[in-house]
Ligand binder design. Sequence first.
Ligand code: PNS
Length: 156
Amino acid sequence: MAVAICPGSFDPPTNGHVDVIQRASRHFDRVVVSVAVNPAKTPLLTPDQRVDLLREVLSHLDNVEVEAYDGLLVDLARKRGAGVIVKGLRALSDVERELQMAQMNAGLYEAVDTFFVTTDPRWSFVSSSLVKEVAAYGGDVSGLVPDAVNRLLLKR
Ligand code: PNS
């Protein structure tokens, strides 16, 4: 069984994230969406909120599961028998950081490869941090995030 991991902070999940996960789900038997519990960052949403939102918006995909993960991504890959990490690339500016992470992960665990999906151009300018900033000032992000995420942002 071919298992892939789609890792990220997902704070909050965006349409770009959903697009990458949906496309990964077409190519792998199982996709594990891993929500990073990163103590170095102060997230807007708790890990549980991010997991619940992702489970809701991905509920139509039978082969996708969502879990929070606190630790090294490669350890999760080992535990789940995942040979591939799938990440989205929006623009050249993503490449440097993504390449660093992919090479670090490959150095830590040689059985894992990182596959990059080019994002749908509709979402190439969308990032969680921009969404948070615009929403914090009352801007409309309804076209950039799933409805459930927009509803939660409006409540805050
Ligand atoms: O959404 P992001 O910020 O691009 O996601 C980054 C993420 C969560 C994939 C990365 O920080 C990660 O894998 N964190 C888990 C801890 C880890 O393994 N760190 C080393 C990565 S090379």
